[in-house]
Design a protein around this ligand. Structure first.
Ligand code: UDX
Ligand code: UDX
Ligand code: ADP
Length: 490
């Protein structure tokens, strides 16, 4: 039997491991939690006053437990040796080489952890996979551990996927919809599940802790992310129909969301979804389906990704078309660069796509995001573009500076503070006609139009005043309107 968990080691001090194990330390003060990482500067940041990730509520909890029962360290071996339960929450990026390139998950970091645990453990461990992994990854983990086990040592491998969303991680962890634990259907497996469950039971009601077999648990994580992404792609697909017909996607979302079978959440049409999980997990699901010889299933989920690409490119094209089909040398203000509000994370952010598209069309960008610094912006935009970035991209410290001399404001992230900016002040600093492209549907469009802006948004046509005088809202126009447009500019 497994004694009560008293020492936890978490390998990987990232967006998942950091917040998750911090919350465990705060709720289970009798457990010593050590979060380790190979990245020395990241660990140094966790031990400093400025944490490596921004997450509302995180800093407070870290500060209250750090040095008490919460430790951040690069001494991986020591933490592994001492722990009775080890979370693996290292990154599992999409493979960018070899078989499954661009789709399969790269498990090299997970395997490295498994080998390290096997080589250095002198006591039995419960090894918990937290990272999102392809179905049956636990089996690989188990095999590596068991093939290298030292005498007297045993391992139980559990799958315990994390469902937190960035920006609300602490709330999600403190009050999870459910905790999912998958394990082997053996006596030892069930004891290990019970041991992990007892950690969560300190603050999570028992009925919300569900246990399944390992494969169901792994597949549930991929499925949850695939369904969530699918809802966004579904409403985004409808947004294109709305723009072409005069329906309003917000009204449609409200109307369908009141059907209790559908529910109101995750129906916010946008410039497209981003983040480290949705694309990676969908690609992974598509790849797994292909490998299982289920091409129809693969194609079905691939379409969710295709729709997201379509949504991003539609929005970017609309910006250029609305601005008289040329943005060469025009200054454009980007509000928001993170993939969603309340995080500084930019992984797969639609803002990166929009920025690159506009730069390739010759625009000059003035970017403002409350939590993304200029180093990150330049890192994200570097590489693929032919332009000299420092000449065409400025990262501003506030939104008003970012609007100076600009032709258009493009909202890429739904930060609350963008809704209460002084848009008259911005307007007065901009060239005319001044445009707003609201990729998040968060601004008061009527008010902006009253100020004098020409406003375009996702999923509805707006009645822009004056537009007939000097411009034509070609948006995603019908063929007839496109023709009219061409004639006017002939
Ligand atoms: C549907 C809509 O639910 C309803 O709102 C609309 O007004 C008319 O179309 P209906 O076709 O009568 O209603 O039944 P519904 O309960 O939606 O089932 C449709 C089909 O889906 C049935 O064959 C049902 O067996 C199947 N179904 C439903 C599933 O296979 N799985 C489910 O989880 C739900
Ligand atoms: C997601 C899952 O929600 C979480 O359960 C899982 O553990 C990790 O992946 P995350 O990527 O952090 O979390 O954020 P999420 O809130 O899901 O948003 C993902 C993207 O979808 C963001 O770009 C967001 O702006 C976008 N989104 C979300 C929409 O465009 N519309 C919506 O209605 C909701
Ligand atoms: P996630 O969003 O899944 O948490 P992150 O990239 O934020 O992903 O965090 C993963 C962390 O795992 C990184 O800080 C990385 O340095 C760490 N890591 C990757 N491989 C190993 C390893 N073999 N040993 C220890 N830490 C690792």
């Amino acid at each position: 039997a497994y004694p009560k968990v008293s020492k936890i080691c978490c390998i990987g001090a990232g967006y998942v491991g950091g917040p998750t194990c911090t919350v465990i330390a705060s709720k289970c003060t009798d457990i010593t939690v050590t979060i380790v990482d190979i990245n020395e500067s990241r660990i140094a940041q966790w031990n400093s006053d400025s944490l490596p990730i921004f997450e509302p509520g995180l800093e407070e909890i870290v500060k209250s437990r750090r040095g008490q029962n919460l430790f951040f360290s690069t001494d991986i071996l020591k933490a592994v040796k001492e722990a009775d339960l080890i979370f693996i929450s290292v990154n599992t990026p999409t493979k960018n080489f070899g078989v499954g390139k661009g789709r399969a998950a790269d498990l090299k970091h997970i395997e490295a952890c498994a080998r390290l645990i096997a080589d250095h453990s002198t006591s039995s461990k419960i090894v918990v996979e937290k990272s999102t992994v392809p179905v049956r990854a636990a089996e690989s983990l188990s095999r590596i551990l068991k093939a290298n086990t030292k005498p007297g040592v045993t391992y139980q491998v559990l799958s315990n996927p994390e469902f937190l969303a960035e920006g609300t991680a602490i709330c999600d962890l403190l009050n999870p919809d459910r905790v999912l634990i998958g394990g082997e259907d053996t006596e030892e497996g069930q004891l290990a599940i019970a041991a992990l469950s007892s950690v969560y039971e300190v603050w999570v009601p028992k009925e919300r802790i569900i246990t399944t077999n390992t494969w169901s648990s792994e597949l549930s994580k991929l499925t949850a992310n695939a369904f969530l992404a699918q809802r966004i792609s579904s409403i985004n697909a409808i947004s294109a129909v709305c723009e072409a017909t005069g329906a309003d996607v917000s009204e449609v979302a409200r109307a369908i969301g009141m059907d209790t079978r559908l529910g109101p959440k995750f129906l916010q049409s946008s410039v497209g979804f981003g983040g480290s999980c949705f694309q990676k997990d969908l690609l992974n699901l598509v790849y797994i389906s292909e490998c299982l010889n289920l091409p129809e299933v693969a194609e079905y989920w691939q379409q969710v990704l295709n729709m997201n690409e379509f949504q991003k490119s539609r929005f970017a094209k609309r910006i250029v078309e609305t601005m008289f089909n040329t943005i060469t040398n025009k200054k454009i203000t980007l509000l928001g660069f993170a993939f969603k509000k309340n995080t500084g994370d930019t992984r797969e952010s639609p803002a990166i796509y929009i920025a690159k598209y506009l730069l390739e069309e010759g625009a000059v960008l003035q970017i403002y995001d409350p939590k993304v610094d200029s180093k990150q912006v330049f890192a994200d935009l570097s590489g693929t573009l032919s332009v000299n970035l420092s000449e065409v991209v400025t990262v501003s410290k506030n939104p008003y500076d970012a609007a100076v001399g600009s032709h258009a404001i493009v909202v890429c992230t739904e930060w609350d503070e963008f809704t209460s900016l002084d848009y008259e002040r911005m307007y007065s600093r901009m060239l005319k006609p001044a445009f707003v492209f609201d990729g998040r549907k968060i601004l008061n469009h009527k008010k902006l139009i009253d100020i004098g802006f020409h406003v375009e948004t996702i999923g509805c046509k707006l009645n822009n005043i004056d537009q007939s005088k000097y411009l034509f809202s070609c948006g995603e126009g019908t063929p007839r309107r496109t023709q009219e447009h061409r004639m006017r500019f002939a």
